[in-house]
Design a protein around this ligand. Structure first.
Ligand SMILES: [Zn+2]
Ligand SMILES: [Zn+2]
Length: 83
């Protein structure tokens, strides 16, 4: 089950569970659309995997399985990847 992390690891923008802006990799590193498609070019800076749109959990399932509230921020920002 996805954690549904609450914000972008690069810019800390809020990404609520119903947001269509969230992008994740297979490890659920979480980024906003701007960072994912802009600075990161669709590649996760942590694991090198591809970033895909995060599925939206329906509100009624969020009552049962709430989204994570633990913020994850990448040390040094998202542009530390060699480029
Ligand atoms: Zn971002
Ligand atoms: Zn990753």
């Amino acid at each position: 089950m996805l954690e549904l992390r609450p914000g972008c690891e690069c810019c800390d923008r809020d990404l609520p569970p119903e947001s269509g802006e969230a992008r994740i990799c297979s490890y659920e590193c979480t980024f906003c659309g701007d960072c994912a498609e802009g600075a990161l070019k669709g590649v996760c800076p942590n694991c090198g995997g591809n970033l895909v749109p995060r599925p939206i959990r329906p509100a009624k399932m969020l009552l049962k399985h709430p989204a994570s509230t633990k913020r994850v921020m990448k040390d040094g920002g998202c542009l530390t990847r060699a480029s």
